[in-house]
Design a protein around this ligand. Structure first.
Ligand SMILES: *Cc1c(COP(=O)(O)O)cnc(C)c1O
Length: 391
């Protein structure tokens, strides 16, 4: 069935692609070895480092977010050594599985799906590593499945408290250009992101930024690798930067998206996400008064500005509501992942969004809840309007 109007993407990710980015991508291919394209690609990589807030180097890959997870595992960790993955939900869990499949020893901390990563658990696990087997701590900043945001500074402090030499590797896929992210100030050695979330591009590109220490480890690392090899990609020849033909249209789109972020100002982009997230939370808090809905993330300070996961407290399956929103109203919401399936729905609020778009989505969630008799206290949109109003 053809639905009228625009699709409202609140899934969280892929996100809205701004018309400017779509137009920038609407171009025929050209010679990627020509200086014009190489200069453009270089400018994108150095500007990405500005978004990561690092003096380190950024690298681009034709991949999605899952692909980027492999980059630190094969460039920074010796075969047979260990990684520590503090678990907080489906995404950190899948990253740990990948490390295991690659033959690494994986040490985890127990997940609490209502909470962010506990820095104390990280500290304890590192302290227990007397033999110094842990080469890296793999931390997901915003666990998109539960919507909990981990305090990255606190995890850094936990590593420092032990004085453990493990590299600090962060999945910033749902948080870059969404939340405050300070790669150098927080002493993050390697950070990862993907194109289709805060960067407002189509899916298909992944990015990694490496600081000096990570770069030195990558130079010595003996793990077999080729496509993901950072050393190869640092070469002078332009084809090495993408390890073959670059995704030309994506790179043009990336240039435009970065321009838009810098025109608005990175801090303003982050502040807008905080504002829209706060309005979403005001709506959810209002709906929850009926006693059948609640925030999946228990502590307010751990609720992310990218996505809000809402659980049903009476065991109602929110899938009927989610289906209604998508099939009748063209509003795409996230479902519950892993253990949260059938118990949670998620409202994404990241990327190219403004107040009217968010209010439209929130109003429609309420409409779909009403249609499908998912009990809530009506008037969540009024609460969101109050939260957004500057008066
Ligand atoms: C979306 C997401 C991923 C996975 O990205 P894909 O492009 O779907 O592979 C990984 N980690 C986090 C935190 C995400 O939000």
């Amino acid at each position: 069935m053809t639905l009228p109007g625009r699709i409202f993407l609140h899934s969280p990710g892929p996100t809205n692609i701004p018309d400017r980015v779509l137009r920038a991508m609407h171009r025929p291919c050209e010679d990627f070895a020509a200086p014009a394209f190489q200069d453009l690609a270089r400018s994108c990589l150095s500007d990405l480092s500005r978004v990561f807030r690092t003096e380190g180097e950024s690298f681009a890959f034709s991949t999605n977010g899952h692909g980027t997870w492999e980059i630190p595992l094969v460039n920074l960790v010796e075969p047979g050594s260990a990684v520590l993955v503090p678990l907080a939900g489906r995404f950190s869990g899948a990253w740990a599985e990948m490390a295991e499949k690659l033959g690494l020893e994986v040490i985890t901390t127990p997940p609490d799906l209502g909470r962010a990563v506990d820095p104390q658990a990280v500290e304890d696990a590192l302290r227990a590593d007397k033999a110094g087997r842990i080469a890296a701590v793999l931390t997901v900043h915003t666990e998109t499945a539960s919507s909990a945001r981990t305090d990255l500074e606190a995890v850094r402090a936990a590593i420092d408290a032990v004085g453990h030499p493990a590299l600090y590797v962060v999945d910033a896929i749902a948080s870059l250009a969404v939340e405050r992210f300070e790669m150098d100030a927080w002493k993050i050695d390697c950070a990862l992101t993907a194109s289709q979330k805060g960067l407002m591009l189509p899916p298909g590109m992944g990015f990694a930024a490496l600081g000096e220490r990570a770069m030195q480890v990558a130079e010595r690392c003996s793990h077999p690798r080729r496509y993901w090899d950072i050393q190869f990609r640092r070469g002078d020849a332009g084809y090495q930067w993408f390890h073959g033909t670059p995704p030309l249209q994506h790179v043009w789109g990336l240039r435009e998206a970065l321009d838009m972020i810098f025109e608005q100002g990175l801090d303003a982009v982050i502040a807008r996400h905080a504002r829209l997230a706060e309005a979403t939370r005001a709506a959810v808090a209002h709906w929850s008064q009926a006693g059948t809905l609640d925030f999946q993330t228990v502590r307010p300070e751990e609720r992310s500005n990218a996505v809000t996961a809402i659980r049903t407290t009476d065991g109602t399956d929110p899938e009927t509501m989610r289906k209604r929103a998508r099939e009748r109203y063209n509003v795409v919401l996230g479902g519950g992942l892993g253990e949260l399936q059938g118990r949670v729905f998620r409202i994404g609020h990241l990327g190219d969004l403004n107040e009217p778009m968010l209010l439209g989505a929130l109003a429609t969630v309420e409409l779909a809840m009403r249609d499908t008799a998912l009990a809530c206290t009506e008037g969540g949109v009024v609460a969101a309007v109050r939260a957004l109003s500057t008066r």
